[in-house]
Each structure stands twice: as C-alpha cells, then as structure tokens.
Design a protein around this ligand. Structure first.
Ligand code: GLU
Length: 356
C-alpha cells in the first residue's frame, strides 16, 4: 500500500472551448478508484477551476487578471467539484474539498493544522481534492502554480509518490515536438536536468515544464518519488503504479535520506522569510557539506531585516546565492550583536536548517 498524490493540470481537465473534459476526468476517476481498490491512498490536487469557469459568463466590463481569476474560479470550482463528486460516487467513494492558500503554510502551527486536516480525511477514507483558493489568494502571495502546491502537499502528508500529469510524457532532452529529442526516463537524486527544459508554456494552466522540473527535483530530494507523465494516456495512473515499465514517463528517484517533516516545511517556506543572513565562504562550504552542522554566528557576515526567534530566514552565500532557509534560533537583534563572534549558540540550529 502506498500514499499517492496525483496532480492534474488544467490542460488535461478542460477542453479547448473551456468546458470540463469529462472524458479525461472520468478516465482519471476510474483509475484513482481502481488504485484505491488495490489498497492505495489517493490525494488529488486538481487545477481547472479558472479554466472551467471561463466559458460560463461574459464579464460586463474588461476585467484585470486578478478579478477575472476570482470570478472564473468561483464559478469553475463548483463545476469541477460537482463533476468529481458524481464521478467518484459511482464507486461509492466520498470526496472532500480542500481549498487552500499560501498563508496556510506560513507558520508551523498553520502548516500542522493543514496537515492534520488532510490526514484525518485520509484516515477516514475520504479522497481530498485540493486546489488553491483562487478567490482569496493575494497575487503577491500565490503559489507559482498547482505543481508547487502539489509538491508541498506530497511532502506534508509524507506521500510515497507524487504523480504530475501533464500533456506530454515527461522531460525531454529538447523540445518534445522535436523528433531528435529523447525522453529522460530517470533522474538520479541530486541530478539537475533543468537545462534540458525548453521554456514554453501552453494552454490554460499557470505552470510549465520548467516549474514541474524544479518542483520534482526539490520534492524528490526531500524523499518523495516524483513522476511526470501524460494524463491523456489510457490507464496511465494504474500503469505507473503497477507496471511502470509499460508507460513512458520521467521518474525523479527519491533521496534515500528523507527529510524530517519540519525541514520539509522549512524547505517550502522561503517566501515567508522575515530576513536574510549572509555567510562567508567557509561557512557556506561547511553548511553544504554532508556534516550535520548548525549555522553559528562566527560564519555570519551580515544580517538584514527584523525577525524574532522562530521566524523563517534565508541564508545567502558570499556570491549572493541562496544557500538555504531556516528557522531562526535567535532574533535579528541578537544576530547583529553576535555575528562574527565565537560562541556555541546557533543562529539556525541544524534541525531547522534546509540547504538548497
Ligand atoms: N488554481 C488554478 C485553477 O484551478 C490553476 C493553477 C495552475 O494552473 O497551476 O484554475
């Protein structure tokens, strides 16, 4: 038995005219039901609210992107969830809707609250269907796309696998439409394949292969296997789980040294950072090594922003690059006072430090 998060994009779920693609949805529901029947736990992260709402009204005046996202998602989310509800009801499966937004992951308490909610649903045999709450999300604090959201959910609920369904078979060595491009079947932990991704974005969704690739690398590094595959292939989900060799896909192998849950939360929290500490070259090297070390004041060369103990801060290397993210063990005032000095009190303790 495994716990599987399935992420389906707008392009798989909606037809060109903006109506829900009932054929694809129903095929995916059939497969998720079959996975459930074989004992797997399924969590669905589904886009498609905005795309499904678009065809329903003609706005009376020109709307900006925020207003149109709010309007369309408010209409489309109901259509989407109603469809899922009736499709899953055929299998006597109860679904629950989770509409969430980035703020719900900002503090450890709200993250654990969101986690507890999802775990209670799973424990009670309910399939959570998750989407960003597009009617309420602030533009400056939105998920890049649902790929990012699905990565956060997969690591949060300790999933064994995240399957991202797209409209291509995975990551290619060049453009997927170029016949000389080859599908990359396996990505080893720590291997960077982002250089292969051709910057293009098609259709309705917000994300593209670039973000999928970045998220897949990060999530697999945290210890969850990630698969990118084509959601339109008949039987794709069941095949990926039961006979993966029969279906084209890209597998990002999970790092065998899985991260603790608190580190996983921190890994996805960089956008909530209250400040930054700069570290010298030596400290950056030691932090990036395999050793379990905390960030000590001696390696800190600068501190910007204001934070209290327990807030998220980012660590910047000598060349301005991000080294990691962590939960501060001391306030910004104390950091500024102690930086450059010897002492054993860490600025960020190892257990709360995520190195990029
Ligand atoms: N939350 C958006 C929707 O349901 C989709 C975001 C994305 O494209 O990733 O329409």
């Amino acid at each position: 038995m495994s716990r599987i998060v399935v992420k389906v994009g707008s392009n798989v779920l909606t037809r060109k005219d903006g109506k829900p693609n009932v054929t694809n949805m129903s095929a995916l529901v059939d497969q998720m039901s079959s996975l459930r029947a074989s004992g797997h736990e399924v969590i669905l992260v589904s886009s498609g609210a905005v795309a499904c709402g678009r065809g329903a009204v003609s706005p009376r005046r020109q709307l900006d992107s925020v207003a149109s996202r709010q309007l369309y998602s408010s209409i489309g989310q109901i259509r989407l969830i109603n469809l899922y509800n009736s499709l899953f009801a055929e299998y006597d499966i109860v679904i629950g809707q989770v509409l969430t937004q980035k703020e719900n992951f900002a503090s450890r308490t709200s993250y654990l609250n969101q986690r507890a909610c999802m775990l209670t649903m799973i424990e009670n045999g309910v399939i959570p269907i998750v989407n960003e709450n597009d009617t309420a999300s602030l533009t400056e604090l939105m998920f890049t796309d649902n790929d990012e959201l699905s990565g956060l959910i997969a690591t949060m609920v300790d999933a064994d696998m995240l399957i991202i369904l797209s409209n291509v078979d995975g990551i290619y060595t060049g453009s997927p439409s170029d016949p000389t491009s080859r599908l990359i079947e396996r990505v080893a932990p720590g291997q960077d394949v982002s250089g292969n991704v051709v910057a293009s974005k098609s259709g309705f969704g917000r994300g593209g292969m670039g973000t999928k690739c970045g998220i897949a690398g990060k999530v697999s590094d945290e210890g969850v296997a990630v698969i990118i595959a084509c959601g339109e292939r008949p039987g794709v989900l069941v095949d990926l789980v039961e006979r993966p060799e029969t279906v084209p896909h890209t597998l990002f192998e999970p790092n065998p040294e899985s991260l603790s849950n608190v580190k996983r939360w921190i890994a996805h929290s960089a956008s909530f950072a209250k400040g930054t500490v700069s570290v010298n070259r030596r400290a950056a090297e030691v932090l990036r090594s395999d050793r379990a070390v905390s960030l000590l004041p001696i390696g800190v060369t600068g501190a910007e922003g204001e934070w209290e103990e327990g807030d998220i801060i980012t660590v910047i290397g000598p060349d301005g690059e991000t080294v990691g993210v962590g939960r501060a063990s001391i306030s910004s005032a104390e950091t500024k006072m102690l930086m450059g000095q010897r002492g054993s009190r860490p600025v960020i303790h190892y257990d709360y430090l995520y190195i990029e």
